[in-house]
Design a protein around this ligand. Structure first.
Ligand SMILES: [Ca+2]
Length: 150
C-alpha cells in the first residue's frame, strides 16, 4: 500500500491501552498499592501524560467497569475518574464543567446526593464500580487516566 494516503489510526502513549468503543483515546489504569493517591495527585499524573482523568459516558461505561474490576489490584481499590461534585450536594460535573448523568451512579435516584458537596468522582469497588458519592478527595485510590492517541 502506498504510504501517505491514509491517516494512520494513531497509537496509544506508553502504558496506555485503547479505550473501549473509542477510536481516538486511550486509557491507563493505575491500581498498584504503591501508586494509589489522592484525586488531585492522580489528576496531575494524568496531565503529565498529556491527558486527564477518564471522562465516563453511558456508551462504554459497562466496558470501563469490567476493566476496572479486572485491574482492581490486591487488595481491591476504588478508582478516581474525571468527575467532581459541585458546591451543591448532588450536582455532578465533568472536569470541564459539563453536567454528568446521574445514571453513572449505582442508584441514580439516591446515590449522587448525600455526604455533603465537593466530592471527587470514583468508581467504587463496593458498588460494582459505579460512580460513588462519598469518601474524601485525599483518600489514596487507584485511578484511570485518558489521553488522546498520538
Ligand atoms: Ca455529595
Amino acid at each position: 500500500m502506498a504510504n501517505g494516503i491514509f491517516r494512520p489510526a494513531g497509537t496509544c502513549p506508553t502504558n496506555y491501552s485503547p479505550t473501549p468503543l473509542d477510536r481516538k483515546t486511550c486509557i491507563r489504569i493505575v491500581s498498584a498499592v504503591s501508586n494509589r493517591t489522592s484525586f488531585e495527585a492522580a489528576r496531575n499524573v494524568c496531565r503529565a501524560d498529556g491527558g486527564d482523568l477518564l471522562r465516563l459516558y453511558a456508551g462504554n461505561f459497562d466496558q470501563i467497569r469490567q476493566l476496572a474490576d479486572a485491574n482492581k489490584g490486591t487488595p481491591a481499590c476504588d478508582f478516581w475518574v474525571g468527575a467532581k461534585e459541585g458546591s451543591t450536594d448532588g450536582v455532578w460535573l465533568y472536569l470541564n464543567g459539563d453536567a454528568l448523568s446521574p445514571n453513572l451512579f449505582f442508584n441514580p435516584m439516591t446515590n449522587p446526593v448525600g455526604n455533603g458537596a465537593n466530592a471527587c468522582g470514583k468508581l467504587a469497588e463496593g458498588d460494582g464500580f459505579y460512580l460513588h458519592d462519598g469518601g474524601s478527595c485525599t483518600d489514596n485510590n487507584g485511578y484511570i487516566c485518558q489521553a488522546n492517541k498520538i
